[in-house]
Ligand binder design. Structure first.
Ligand code: PAF
Length: 283
C-alpha cells in the first residue's frame, strides 16, 4: 500500500494517476479508523479509481487540549484495516504536523455564512476555523475529484459544502449516511475510549432521537426538545449538552415548523468525559 508522509511525494504520485485519466476520491480522517470509515472508503472505490485516505489528528480544531492529547492514534492498525479494503487502490497520506503547518500551527479565520456559529461552533470555540483550515489545505494537496464525509458530523458536512462553494474549490462533496453499531450507537473514534458502563448506556442517545423523530410528526420542536431533556435527566451516566432541532440549510433552531423546510435533531452528550454527537433526519 502506498503510504506518504509528505505532501510532495503524494502530490507527484496523484498528478501521475490523474494524467492517466484516473479519478480520485478522498476520505479525510483523524485515524483510529472503524467500520464507518471503511464504509466511506468502499463507497469511494465503488465510484472512483483510487481512494486517498488522510490520517491526521489536526491540532487546530481541538478547543480542549486534553481531548487532543488523548485522541486515539493507531496508525499501524489503521493501515492494516485499509489493506483489507484494497492494497493497491487505497493511498494513505499520514503527514506530520510540520508537513501541514510548517512552524505556524494556527487556523485561518473563516466565515461560513453563519453556519459556524451554531451548535458545535457555539460549544467548541474555533473548532470550525480549524476544520476549514485543514480541509482546505488537504483539498489543495490531494486535489481529489470527490470527497466523502459522514453525516454524523452533519454540521461539519454542511460547512465543508459551504467552504467549497465560497472558495470555488473544484471538487464534489458527498455526504454519506451515519454508520451505526448494531445497538444504534453512531460509530466514532471516541467510542473506543468509553468505559464499559458508558458504552452500555450510550445507545440511549439514538433510541431517544428515534422517539423524538416520531414525536416531531405531531408536536412542536419545543415540546420535543423539552421531552428529550427530561429523558436525559433520568440517565445517571449520560449528561446532555444540547438537543437542538434545526433547519438543515441554516442550522438555526426551529421555532415554528414550515412544510417546505427540512429539519434534523442534533444532540451532544457527555458519557463520562467522552463527548458524543449524533443527529437524525426528522422529515
Ligand atoms: O471529521 C473528522 O475526522 C475531521 O474533522 C476531519 C474532517 C478529518 C478534519 O480534521
Amino acid at each position: 500500500m502506498k503510504n506518504f508522509k509528505n505532501k510532495t511525494g503524494l502530490s507527484t504520485y496523484i498528478t501521475a494517476l490523474k494524467a492517466n485519466g484516473s479519478s480520485i476520491g478522498f476520505v479525510p480522517t483523524m485515524g483510529a479508523l472503524h467500520e464507518g470509515h471503511l464504509s466511506l472508503v468502499n463507497r469511494v472505490l465503488s465510484e472512483n479509481d483510487f481512494a486517498v485516505v488522510s490520517i491526521f489528528v489536526n491540532p487546530t480544531q481541538f478547543d480542549n487540549q486534553d481531548d487532543l492529547v488523548k485522541y486515539p492514534r493507531t496508525i499501524d492498525a489503521d493501515i492494516a484495516l485499509l489493506k483489507t479494503v484494497s492494497d493497491t487502490k487505497v493511498i494513505v497520506y499520514a503527514p506530520s504536523v510540520e508537513d501541514i503547518y510548517a512552524d505556524n500551527i494556527q487556523s485561518q479565520a473563516f466565515s461560513f455564512d453563519g453556519l459556524e456559529h451554531e451548535m458545535e461552533g457555539a460549544f467548541r470555540k474555533g473548532h470550525f476555523d480549524g476544520v476549514g483550515t485543514i480541509v482546505k489545505r488537504l483539498f489543495e494537496i490531494v486535489k481529489p475529484d470527490t470527497a466523502y464525509f459522514g453525516e454524523k458530523d452533519f454540521q461539519q458536512l454542511q460547512i465543508i459544502r459551504k467552504l467549497v462553494e465560497l472558495h470555488n474549490l473544484p471538487l464534489e462533496i458527498i455526504g454519506c449516511p451515519i454508520y451505526r453499531a448494531k445497538d444504534g450507537l453512531a460509530m466514532s473514534s471516541r467510542n473506543a475510549r468509553l468505559t464499559q458502563d458508558h458504552r452500555v448506556a450510550a445507545p440511549f442517545i439514538y433510541k431517544t432521537l428515534n422517539t423524538a423523530k416520531e414525536m416531531f410528526g405531531t408536536k412542536s420542536a419545543k415540546v420535543v426538545t423539552e421531552w428529550v431533556t427530561k429523558q436525559f435527566e433520568k440517565q445517571p451516566l449520560l449528561e446532555l449538552e444540547y438537543i437542538i432541532i434545526a433547519d438543515i440549510a441554516t442550522l438555526k433552531p426551529v421555532y415554528r415548523k414550515s412544510t417546505n423546510k427540512t429539519y434534523r435533531a442534533f444532540i451532544a452528550v457527555y458519557a463520562g468525559d467522552i463527548r458524543l454527537i449524533d443527529n437524525i433526519a426528522l422529515n
